[in-house]
Design a protein around this ligand. Structure first.
Ligand code: NAP
Length: 479
């Protein structure tokens, strides 16, 4: 059974209870985790608070060394962690491996920044004095992560926290705690002082409030649904705790009349069907210029039908595993049904795959719809599964207006050879990211975060350092 890491010790929940973790492909129990209580939250936060002063005072180069060592430890367990991730999350093993490797890469990236965090010298009007700014770590970070990319999303929080001298209490999703816990144990074995890295497990509905409203938490780094983010923001207000919120999205892809259709359909398919569509940054609405609409639809439908083999996560030919939970599949099915009831046409997928191998899991195929009403659920809500609506537009202004009509503003993309169109899209799409002629992949080097109800605050890039540090002004008089 997995444990929690609190103050350097691997422990069970104080209440002695556990939660079962299940394989989404067949419902079998694959592990157990402690069902943490508020007493466990208190213990983890206290441990993180106690460890904070010494960790913050440690020279950045020493923290960097530990993080580099942790990256090596992470590399050693990639296969083991990936297997756990595939089993509990449902994603194909090969994709789980990429995700586990990303943790090590993220550690390396932020280790490289740990000894480069610094302030400024600022001349003042009075020549007998001058100002400086210093960047101080914010303190104890509560990191709360979802089940879709459990590893990369905890790394996005852990790595800048460690680099800046913050300590952390991590609460993974209760349906995907196993890979995270194993990865954390490997990372911690590099020699971090006890209490720098802590985990608590348990249902967000039971321990989430205690963690988020804890007076000794200085920052909440949250990734998850917009509804949960709103609740967290409300609770954080109680202690004026800073938050970064990485929330839902409904990314638009615009395909202009001069686009390379082969590349655009390949990017749209990966952008929509990777991770069985359960990605925040995913192509969730596609706007096609009239001239290329038919060609795009035919080629994209072909890819959806032929290239995205649904199957069990350990089968070598599986491109798409099951959806993560029964509820998740029911939600996508309801969104598709709503569109169809209102006149949408199904070009690919649209119903559960048949066969004994699919009977016990939450499988759903790559699904493409056209003639989807603009006020239907598929168009207005986040679709967190492998189904996508295609819309036809006359020109770029219409595409941008429709793309921006969403409450979300996470990612966006445009396929065009015309620099003027690309520039206009980059300038006018309300989103935290715009890709031009490229697949929606977030880069370590570029700041990532949403606009509108997709949240605020940045992960990745040197910008991530800003939200884990407080810039303090100091005036130095002549004495
Ligand atoms: P979720 O239901 O909001 O859960 C996310 C995390 O919050 C889980 O650890 C959950 O714990 C916890 N939680 C639930 N209620 C809580 C509460 N009252 N207080 C504190 N924590 C609480 O999200 P999800 O369904 O796992 O994830 C899918 C969503 O995440 C999608 O909307 C997706 O777009 C978004 N997402 C956004 C990004 C981004 O970077 N913008 C990246 C990935 C995913 P339990 O598991 O125990 O419920």
């Amino acid at each position: 059974m997995a444990k929690m890491l609190i103050g350097g010790e691997l422990v069970d929940a104080q209440g002695g209870k556990t939660i079962e973790v299940r394989n989404p492909a067949n419902g079998e129990v694959v592990g157990q985790i402690p069902r943490g209580t508020t007493a466990d939250v208190d213990a983890a936060v206290d441990a993180a608070r106690k460890a904070f002063p010494a960790w913050a005072a440690m020279p950045g180069s020493k923290r960097a060394k530990l993080m580099h060592a942790a990256a090596l430890k992470m590399h050693e367990v990639v296969d083991e962690v990936a297997k756990l991730l595939a089993m509990e999350q449902g994603k194909p093993l090969a994709h789980a491996k990429i995700e586990a490797q990303r943790v090590a890469e993220n550690l390396e990236y932020f280790a490289g920044l740990a000894d480069k965090i610094r302030g400024d010298y600022i001349p003042l009007d009075d020549p007998s004095k001058f100002g400086i700014t210093m960047r101080r770590p914010v303190g104890v970070v509560a990191a709360i992560t979802p089940w879709n990319f459990p590893l990369t999303l905890f790394a996005n929080k852990l790595c800048p926290a460690l680099a800046t001298g913050c300590t952390i209490v991590l609460k993974p999703a209760s349906t995907t705690p196993l890979a995270t816990q194993r990865a954390i144990e490997a990372i911690n074995s590099a020699g971090f002082p006890p209490g720098v890295i802590n985990t608590v497990h348990g249902a967000g509905s039971e321990i989430g409030d205690a963690l988020v409203s804890h007076p000794k938490i200085n920052k909440i780094a949250f990734t998850g649904q917009t509804a949960t983010g709103k609740r967290i923001m409300e609770l954080a207000a109680k202690n004026v705790t800073r938050v970064t919120l990485e929330l839902g999205g409904s990314d638009a892809m615009i395909v202009a009349d001069d686009a390379d259709i082969r590349r655009a359909t390949a990017a749209a398919a990966i952008g929509r069907f990777f991770n069985a569509g359960q990605a925040c940054l995913a192509v969730k609405r596609i706007f096609l210029f009239e001239k290329i609409a038919e060609e795009f639809m035919t080629k994209f439908t072909e890819r959806a039908q032929k290239e995205w083999k649904v199957g069990e996560q350990f089968a070598a030919d599986t491109k798409m595993g099951p959806l993560h939970t029964e509820q998740q599949r029911a939600e996508v099915e309801a969104q598709v049904a709503d569109a169809v009831k209102r006149g949408a046409k199904v070009l690919a997928g649209g119903k559960r795959p048949e066969g004994a191998e699919y009977s016990k899991g939450w499988f759903y195929p790559a699904t493409v719809l056209t003639d989807v009403p603009e006020d239907s659920r598929m168009a207005t809500e986040e679709v967190f599964g492998p189904a996508v609506p295609l819309f036809i537009v006359k020109e770029l202004d219409e595409a941008i207006t429709k793309a921006n009509s969403s409450i979300y503003g996470l990612g966006s993309s445009i396929f065009t050879k015309d620099m003027a169109k690309a520039r206009k899209a980059a300038e006018q799409l309300d989103a935290g990211y715009t890709w031009v002629n490229d697949i929606q992949i977030a880069y370590d080097q570029l700041p990532f975060g949403g606009a509108k109800q997709s949240g605020f605050g940045k992960e990745h890039g040197v910008e991530a350092i800003e939200s884990y540090t407080e810039k303090k002004s100091v005036v130095l008089g002549s004495g």
